[in-house]
Structure formats: structure tokens, C-alpha cells
Write a protein that binds this ligand. Structure first.
Ligand SMILES: C[S@@+](CC[C@H](N)C(=O)[O-])C[C@H]1O[C@@H](n2cnc3c(N)ncnc32)[C@H](O)[C@@H]1O
Length: 454
């Protein structure tokens, strides 16, 4: 009897990485996992760093080119959905790789060979070998015509769900195309230099002297031109630097904590801004998050920078729904509150290309309702004279300007102070040589002082 068991693919092969990356996309699209969670699940048994790197790279690539891949799969196979369903993701990934004719990630013939090999290496797809081969070769025979045809579909034009693009257009009729272009670009590696240890300029000089091109792009922000693993950054293990986008670095200085103050970080995990607050002043900090698993990451982050914090500081971590005051608040009011509330994440698609595919159109309204609820509850825990900083990493008006305006309308004791408002992910943050690649993530900032009602 013939042995029909598919061959085990070598980890070093592109076929292996293609199969794994396609399985990652399937978990995102069909199970609603985040891209990073899905990568962690699919790479559990993978042994070599090269294979891990290739899977991660292909999964991110596949996510960023999903619209084009999906449209070509549908057009060329002539079927709305292939069977078994995960084959759709494998084919979308293959077409995504073939789309770019000029500077392809892999030569076209390698992609086709390895896609076919990937099918033979999986029981699930073994029968699809012929279909994959025929469809991919069909595309290559007349790539320009297929591309032109695919681009009639807005899904292929923007590589994003159509409702997401419409939402962006409505919110930013002038800049939506630049915002989309930035979202397709690779995110820069930006670090926050711990002001307890050194200046941003001193760290940038240190990197340049070590042959790592870097420039200062914010008060404590340094952009490292060629991304490297964080563990290889000088001083990282010692807590001298933390990875944080330049726009996210605006939060803690805007709240401006002072020594001895009692501060609340209401939605703290994974703790990027928690660490920054502690670097700026010796404070009594309460950090809340509704997710115990994410709150563990705050602890890890603070453990790393703790040796650099020499004064009298205190940090209490609490798992709680911030709006349920009775479950966590001891009644002692805060001098300052950082309300970095949950949002769609529409400002950070460049870093998390899975976000638009995981969200649903009604999430914007749902999240906006939660944001209103959180702000209303947190306001009552603030001292008169205290400051609340509202932050979202979203550029949808409902989660930014409209949210802040409604909050102010409902709270006559809220006095608005100068704040950046919308930081659109379109421009560089200052340095002359920093272009699109050093541009900030999209954020919204509003700042309110609480005055006693007259
Ligand atoms: C935008 S993230 C915060 C990022 C964080 N401030 C930082 O700089 O690393 C929002 C956080 O809010 C948490 N969250 C969601 N709903 C919450 C709620 N009702 N109460 C408290 N935290 C909540 C999420 O688990 C998530 O960690």
C-alpha cells in the first residue's frame, strides 16, 4: 500500500514558515486572536530562531497585504471561499508575496514552489496542491492584468476592511490617505531614555559611537534607524531605556507628576506609561488594570527600572474594573489621574496590522460608551485642583475630540488645559533627517483640571 502521509517539512524551509504563518492568520481571522498571541501559539514547538523569525515576518507581511491576497484568491480561483477554509489564508499569503513585482520578498518561482511544497507537507491541504499551483501560475502569466482587476476592489486598494477605511475618511477627509500609507509602513524602533540615568542626546551619542545610527526625536525619545532586538540595546537590562513610541512618551510629562503626589494610572497595562511616571518623580502610584495577565507585564517592566528609582516611591498594582470604584478605591482622592482608556487602537495599526481585522464596526460606539463611563467614574476620585489626562491611541473622532468635548459638557468643574489633542500618524516628530519612518503613532490627548464648582 502506498504511504500517503505527507512529508514532514524542514523548519529551515520557506514552505514550513508559509504553513505556520498561514495558520497564524487563520487564528486571527477565524478565532479572533491577536497577531502576537497567534504567533506565540503557532510557534510553540518551533526550535530554531531563524524559523521563528521567518514565521513572524511572514505573518506580519501577510496581515499587511491581506486585502490584496484575499481579492486575488477570490478572483483567480473563481470561488468566494476555498475549502478547507484555512486554505484561503495560505493562498492569500502566497498572492500577497507575489503581488509586489519589483522588489519581491522572495523570487516568484520560489514562492510558487514552496507554496506547492507547503500543500504537500500538510494533510489539510494535500489535495489543494494542484489548485494552488494553477492559481499562482495563472497570476504570474498576466500579473499586471490581475493586479489592475484586483484594484477595482477597495479591499485590495487599501489592504484594510472597507468599513475601517470609510471611518478614517469620515474622520480625516484631508489626511486619510497619508494615515493609511503610514499604517502600511514598518514601525520605527523608538526608545524612551530614563531621565534618572541620562539625557536622550547622551544615549543617542552612545549608540552612534557604537555604530548604531540614532537620532533624538523627542525630549526623551531616541529613534534607532535599524531595529535590533531590545535585549541588545545598551542599558536595556539596567532600566536605562524602555521601548516606547514618541507619541506615547508625551503622556507622563503632560500629567507632570510631582514628588510626593498620589497618582492613579487607571488603565496601566502593559505599563509603558507607568514606568515613565515613576522615572519623572517620586510618587505614590496606584496602577489598575482589568486584566490580571496584562498587569503581570507592568510588574516585569517596573522591576527592570526599579533600581534606577532612588527616592521615596511606592507602587500598588490592582486588578479591577476602574469604573467600579467600590471594588478598588479607598476613598483617598488623587492629585493626578492618567486615563489611558481602552480604545480601537486605530492610531497604532502600523505596529498592530491585525487591529482593523479584529474590530467590528460597532466596536467604535461600544468602546466610546465604556470610555465615557470610565472618565465619569474616575473624575470623582480626583482632588479639586487635581489633573486628569485623557489618552487614547485612536484617531477616530468618537474616541478623541468628541469624547473630550462630551466629558467637558457633562462636568462643569472640568477646566481644559493645553494638550496636543489629536496626534495624527502622518508627520515626523522633529528631527530633520527623520521622515515617515520616524513618524509618531496616532494618539489623542486632553487634559482637565478639577476646580471646585462655584
Ligand atoms: C491602551 S491600554 C493601556 C496602555 C498602558 N497605559 C501603557 O502605556 O502601557 C488600555 C488598558 O485598559 C485595560 N482595561 C480595559 N478595560 C478596563 C477597565 N474597565 N478598567 C481598567 N482597565 C481596563 C486593558 O486591559 C488595557 O491594558
Amino acid at each position: 500500500m502506498m504511504n500517503t502521509k505527507p512529508p514532514k517539512l524542514a523548519e529551515a524551509s520557506l514552505a514550513f514558515a508559509l504553513l505556520k504563518a498561514a495558520a497564524v492568520l487563520t487564528r486571527v481571522l477565524r478565532e479572533g486572536r491577536s497577531l502576537d498571541q497567534a504567533i506565540a501559539q503557532e510557534t510553540k514547538g518551533v526550535k530554531t530562531p531563524q524559523a521563528l523569525g521567518a514565521i513572524q515576518d511572514l505573518a506580519y507581511f501577510g496581515m499587511r497585504h491581506l486585502g490584496q491576497g484575499q481579492v486575488l484568491t477570490r478572483l483567480i480561483s473563481g470561488k468566494p471561499l476555498l475549502s478547507p477554509e484555512p486554505l484561503n489564508e495560505l493562498m492569500a499569503l502566497g498572492f500577497g508575496l507575489l503581488w509586489e513585482g519589483k522588489n519581491p520578498k522572495y523570487p516568484a518561482h520560489t514562492v510558487v514552489d514552496q507554496m506547492v511544497y507547503a500543500c504537500t507537507g500538510s494533510e489539510q491541504f494535500a489535495r489543494a496542491k494542484g489548485l494552488a499551483n494553477a492559481c499562482l501560475r495563472n497570476f504570474l502569466r498576466d500579473a499586471n492584468t490581475w493586479r489592475t482587476k484586483a484594484l477595482e476592489d477597495p479591499l485590495a486598494q487599501h489592504n484594510l476592511p472597507v468599513w475601517w477605511v470609510e471611518q478614517l475618511k469620515a474622520g480625516h477627509p484631508e489626511q486619510w490617505q497619508t494615515v493609511l500609507a503610514q499604517a502600511q509602513s514598518h514601525p520605527p524602533l523608538v526608545v524612551r531614555v530614563n531621565s534618572r540615568c541620562m539625557t536622550a542626546q547622551a544615549y543617542s551619542d552612545q549608540l552612534n559611537a557604537a555604530g548604531m545610527a540614532a537620532s533624538v526625536i523627542g525630549p526623551q525619545a531616541v529613534w534607532i534607524e535599524k531595529p535590533v532586538p531590545v535585549s541588545s540595546l545598551p542599558g536595556f537590562e539596567l532600566g536605562h531605556v524602555s521601548v516606547q513610541d514618541s507619541a506615547a512618551q508625551m503622556a507622563a510629562p503632560l500629567l507632570n507628576p510631582q514628588n510626593g503626589q498620589r497618582i492613579l494610572d487607571a488603565c496601566a497595562a502593559p505599563g509603558g506609561k507607568t514606568g515613565h511616571l515613576l522615572e519623572l518623580a517620586d510618587i505614590d502610584l496606584v496602577a489598575l488594570d482589568s486584566s490580571p495577565h496584562r498587569l503581570d507585564r507592568v510588574e516585569d517592566n517596573i522591576r527592570r527600572i526599579a533600581p534606577t528609582l532612588t527616592g521615596q516611591w511606592n507602587l500598588k498594582l490592582k486588578v479591577a474594573q476602574a469604573e467600579q470604584l467600590e471594588s478598588w478605591w479607598d476613598g483617598v482622592p488623587f492629585d493626578g489621574i492618567l486615563a489611558d482608556v481602552p480604545c480601537t487602537g486605530s492610531g497604532v495599526v502600523r505596529r498592530h496590522p491585525d487591529i482593523p481585522w479584529l474590530r467590528r464596526p460597532d466596536d467604535v460606539a461600544k468602546l466610546s460608551r465604556l470610555q465615557h463611563k470610565l472618565l465619569n467614574a474616575l473624575w470623582s476620585t480626583l482632588k479639586p485642583g487635581g489633573t486628569l489626562l485623557l489618552v487614547t491611541c485612536s484617531i477616530f473622532p468618537e474616541e478623541g475630540p468628541q469624547l473630550a468635548a462630551a466629558f467637558q459638557d457633562n462636568h462643569p468643574d472640568a477646566v481644559a488645559h493645553a494638550a496636543p489633542g489629536l496626534v495624527l500618524p502622518t508627520s515626523s516628530t522633529g528631527s530633520d533627517n527623520a521622515g515617515f519612518e520616524a513618524s509618531p503613532d496616532g494618539f489623542f490627548y486632553a487634559k482637565f483640571e478639577k476646580s471646585p464648582i462655584s
